[in-house]
Design a protein around this ligand. Sequence first.
Ligand code: NAG
Ligand code: NAG
Ligand code: NAG
Ligand code: NAG
Ligand code: NAG
Ligand code: NAG
Ligand code: NAG
Ligand code: NAG
Ligand code: NAG
Length: 681
Amino acid sequence: MELLGRSSLIQLSLRLLLLFLSVRALPISAQSTGPGSGVILRIDCGGFTNFTNQFSQTWIADSYFTGGSVSSVSEPDNFPQQQERTVRYFPISLGKKHCYVVPVPTGRYFIRMYFVYDNYDHKWTTPSFDVSVEGTVVFSWRSPWDPDIAKRGAYSDLHAFVEDGFATVCLYSWATDAPVIGSLEIVQVDDQSYNAVSTGRDVILVNYGRITAGNSSFGAGLSNDTELGGRAWEMDSAYSSSTYSSSLITTTEPIRNVNTAPNYYPERLFQSARVAATNGSIQYHFIVDSSLDYMLLFHFAEIGMSISGPGQRLFSVSVNDRVIFPGVDIFNLTGGNYAALTLNYTYRNLSDTNLTVTFTGVNAAPLISGMEVLAMLQIEIGTDTGEAGAMQGLKTSLEVPERMGWNGDPCTPSTWDAWEGVSCTLDNEKNSLVISRLDVSSQGLKGFISDQITQLKYLTFLNFSFNDISGTIPNGLGEGTLVNVDLSHNSLTGNIPDSLGSEQLTHVLLNDNLLNGRVPETLYSIGVRGGSINLLNNKGLCGVPPLPACPHFWQDSGLSAGAKAGIVLSSFLGAAVLVLLVCFCLKKRNPDDDYNFGLPHQLAMRHKRYMMYRATLQSNNEDGHMMRVSPEVNSVKEKRFIEMIEGMRDEPPRFISHIRDSKARIHSLSHLYLSHPPGNS
Ligand SMILES: *[C@@H]1O[C@H](CO)[C@@H](O)[C@H](O)[C@H]1NC(C)=O
Ligand SMILES: *[C@@H]1O[C@H](CO)[C@@H](O)[C@H](O)[C@H]1NC(C)=O
Ligand SMILES: *[C@@H]1O[C@H](CO)[C@@H](O)[C@H](O)[C@H]1NC(C)=O
Ligand SMILES: *[C@@H]1O[C@H](CO)[C@@H](O)[C@H](O)[C@H]1NC(C)=O
Ligand SMILES: *[C@@H]1O[C@H](CO)[C@@H](O)[C@H](O)[C@H]1NC(C)=O
Ligand SMILES: *[C@@H]1O[C@H](CO)[C@@H](O)[C@H](O)[C@H]1NC(C)=O
Ligand SMILES: *[C@@H]1O[C@H](CO)[C@@H](O)[C@H](O)[C@H]1NC(C)=O
Ligand SMILES: *[C@@H]1O[C@H](CO)[C@@H](O)[C@H](O)[C@H]1NC(C)=O
Ligand SMILES: *[C@@H]1O[C@H](CO)[C@@H](O)[C@H](O)[C@H]1NC(C)=O
């Protein structure tokens, strides 16, 4: 059952409008790192109502998305949580890349997502797609999904810094598949949590296992227990090795040192523990991505009745073949019973996808309360802030259609194509990505060219031809690094700006527009330099023959004495120019345009994030050009696009050539946990 059909586009655009209004209306609250006082935002993707669930969690109706459609799972009765029953999905016809862009204060966040298929589209095929957070790919879903997860869905989570005031989660279609998401939770946590000071702000911690040695899972969305970090703790039995026998013990005694900064581990975590048989061992197996490093956290509290002093329970902890803690004495380390202890270790150079943790008794039996296995993912270099902002400005002014996927960061993640028609390169300092080429020819664009285009400092190639772009050509367009400009076959009006006569330009094609006024005399020298210009079929251009002479007022208003001298000079070149104008040599690409997209392998990962959505909002405010999604605009082109896509259904996805990191993180799919155990419907 499809909730939204074709007529949904208008509704969608209304929702988009509402989205942007609400984005603008939402106040950015003051920075806070205390528990529970930071931002907590739970979004029911695809949902139409706000609600509070049985654990007193507040959920909001679907918001902050850049597009897509909504649907619901086929068997809603199987899903105990309301947010799990509806989904937002992104058909390829609506673009290859879609995002949730959530305005939040700068800071550290726990971000959790729920993914489910349950045949919501009646196609019986789970989709393949990637998910990025802040421009870095974190999850890769590949078809076919595990049947149980496809049917019941699963949660994945991570910790990341948001530096730009917007938590950005993007989904990328693989081939022609439609990415789908069920819910998104964003919980502000302590800026110093999880060793953030030593790891730096460039690391995303992806959950590969967060377990409690207890008889049931608990935490956010699973129980009423206080979990200030928004986390869920999964029962450890699925991970514990059957080779060793062990048992669970519990206590109702209060535990000291719980819910303390910066990690706020809940008391319940420490009130149960797994204890090995005498002199025995406890072993857990985690399946991980061997290309990554892991932050391992071990949680203990001495709750054993028989332990009343130091030295009575001593055990070692090893990971695979490496002993990481030779002697753990909980009582000694905490100074007594019923006190929380967390030890951590960074495990590097993993050689296996199995991460096996063994607790071995030195004297007496080892005891463990819980564990976390967190992959340390380096964030990728992002697009330069100014350039990203300029691209958002262009997206709005050109009314770029949704299907072109101009959402999220224009250039990252590097494992995916940049925005359609956009090419990126490293800036001179090699610490951010910048726009080098823009080719959006023949896309049915109807807007105007925002002045912000002049902020693209590395742009060399521009092709906006065969659209219906109106307005004037921005004044400073040719001032930068631009070599090749094709604005032909549009509805541009006004004068040709002087900057298009700049000497680095070799191709300036302005034919078939509505331009008028005097042609800057420096433009003609492009022909002399062996480049090409084409000014044919405009409304009223004047200047050097074969164009008509300009009426007097042009001369009066526009030209300096030097410029007049220039005209005299250029008229000597008239013959050459005439030839060029008549044959309008549309030369092929200048070799200078072919940029090398290969990025060096060992780039210093420097922090530099973009502010583009703020920029969009500002430009929306200024010119009132909201993202207009008008159903009739692209129907023909869209149809053609879909036909084209259908034709390449079986082709592998296109990747850009600059996959920088040889550590293929494309298969890093974090640990998944179910909110309700299988077989419990
Ligand atoms: C949901 O709550 C938010 C405020 O938290 C409000 O802005 C929005 O209008 C509500 N949406 C619905 C559908 O009630
Ligand atoms: C959680 O606590 C609230 C009251 O604080 C109660 O109404 C609700 O039933 C509890 N939910 C569960 C699942 O225990
Ligand atoms: C990890 O251990 C170091 C000392 O070894 C400590 O300073 C740090 O706070 C610990 N981090 C966590 C998250 O427990
Ligand atoms: C877990 O253990 C506690 C304490 O022994 C008990 O009260 C509870 O019923 C157990 N829960 C399950 C699901 O077995
Ligand atoms: C407790 O630990 C300290 C070192 O932190 C050590 O010197 C002492 O011997 C330990 N006590 C016992 C009883 O193991
Ligand atoms: C990991 O490998 C690097 C080189 O590949 C080495 O410098 C480093 O010492 C290793 N670390 C550990 C913990 O083995
Ligand atoms: C990894 O663990 C699984 C069971 O958890 C086992 O079947 C497999 O052989 C292990 N692989 C290696 C390389 O140890
Ligand atoms: C268990 O440890 C005790 C000493 O604490 C030792 O005497 C005994 O032999 C050990 N038993 C086994 C089976 O290793
Ligand atoms: C711009 O794009 C059009 C249509 O794709 C193409 O015909 C033209 O050659 C391109 N212009 C340049 C300068 O490459």
